[in-house]
Design a protein around this ligand. Structure first.
Ligand SMILES: NC(=O)C1=CN([C@@H]2O[C@H](COP(=O)(O)OP(=O)(O)OC[C@H]3O[C@@H](n4cnc5c(N)ncnc54)[C@H](OP(=O)(O)O)[C@@H]3O)[C@@H](O)[C@H]2O)C=CC1
Ligand SMILES: O=C(O)C1=NCCCC1
Length: 317
């Protein structure tokens, strides 16, 4: 079975995806032996900027194995291209090949939302909550999509290095959302109003420092996945007001520029927060929470399972 970009978009529902993501993140952080995920390989190509990535994992509890093979060519659109392959872990049969662009986009934004729910649930109870998205490429767009499908924000601010990209995104949403405003630069004081910020850029220099955000803000830092990339400044990473959570400690220490360069302490993995209300409730409202993701194979596995099982159900009807 092959699912193209359009099929993935139409059939990968967020609600079951969030459930399966929570389960695999929880089991990953518990070192559940039925879930195996080695470190992914990132093979740089010539100039060190482009890369071939391979992300495998096996989930014998659910009976699936998954491998995503993608290229990352920042600057050539789409920057990410490739496929996700899902197999049966009991008999080795290939079950599904799906477009990796759409799976990567949606599962990454869904993970950011899951982190926001766990670390900033108080913000999602506030009807005046403000969302800011930095970077209006594929990830910025899908973060806007997912974050507005799952929550009603009072105000949304968009910024992109190339302002036209932010204008285009605002305009594409104009029939659905009339509360989007543009930020012309990152010194704009309106960033200080943000309750949740998603940084979705391929930047190599910090875009956000401590003085640009308010106490109690939650940040999903999505963009960096190399030691040389970063979106957040050292003072933000190292402040005594900041709690840093990552998707995987092993991956973050190898791939997350902010963590490697600042040497910030990682307080926990996202999976450790699931079913741990004590930890989440214990984070003071004044704490800045940062969820730094680099991306993991189990996220693609979760998306491929949800998609495959839904498509099977449709076939059987
Ligand atoms: N954590 C995870 O799981 C995942 C992380 N990623 C990473 O997220 C980032 C965004 O991916 P994606 O949206 O697919 O890529 P796109 O190529 O679609 O978009 C790139 C974005 O980065 C911005 N950008 C690039 N360079 C700079 C810079 N020096 N300063 C500020 N902004 C910059 C661009 O701004 P503009 O267009 O306005 O110039 C654009 O908004 C990438 O680094 C990607 O590798 C991707 C998938 C999963
Ligand atoms: O997890 C992924 O998939 C990716 N992570 C970093 C950038 C490329 C895609």
């Amino acid at each position: 079975m092959y699912s193209d970009e359009f099929t993935v978009k139409e059939n990968l529902s967020l609600s079951p995806l969030l459930e399966v993501l929570a389960d695999v993140f929880h089991r990953y952080s518990k070192h559940d032996p039925s879930l195996e995920q080695p470190l992914r390989s990132i093979l740089p190509i010539n100039d060190q900027q482009n890369a071939l990535l391979n992300l495998p994992c096996i989930d014998t509890q659910r009976g699936y194995m998954c491998v995503k093979t993608i290229t990352s060519f920042p600057g050539i659109l789409p920057a990410i291209d490739g496929v996700v392959s899902l197999f049966n872990s009991n008999n080795g049969r290939l079950l599904l090949i799906a477009d990796a662009k759409e799976i990567t986009a949606r599962r990454t934004a869904a993970v950011s939302f899951l982190a926001t729910k766990l670390l900033a649930s108080n913000k999602l109870k506030n009807e005046n909550a403000v969302l800011t998205i930095l970077g209006c490429g594929v990830q910025g767009r899908v973060h806007l999509d997912v974050f507005t499908e799952l929550f009603k924000w009072n105000k949304i601010y968009l910024w992109s290095r190339n302002m036209t990209h932010a204008i285009n995104l605002q305009s594409d949403y104009s029939s659905k959302l009339n509360n989007i405003e543009l930020l012309e630069n990152l010194n704009d004081n309106r960033i200080l109003q943000s309750d949740v910020i998603c940084t979705c850029t391929a930047s190599k220099e910090a875009l956000l420092s401590l003085h640009q955000v308010k106490k109690g803000v939650h940040i999903n830092a999505v963009g960096s996945f190399r030691a040389t990339m970063r979106e957040l400044a050292d003072d933000l990473m190292l402040s005594s007001d900041t709690t840093v959570i990552v998707d995987s400690k092993e991956s973050a220490m190898k791939e997350a520029g902010e963590i490697i360069q600042s040497k910030a302490e990682i307080v926990a993995e996202l999976g450790e927060l699931i079913e741990n209300n004590e930890f989440c409730d214990g984070i003071s409202k004044d704490k800045i929470t940062i969820f730094k993701s680099v991306g993991m194979a189990i996220e693609d596995l979760a998306a491929a399972i949800v998609l495959y099982e839904y498509l099977q159900e449709c076939r059987e009807k």
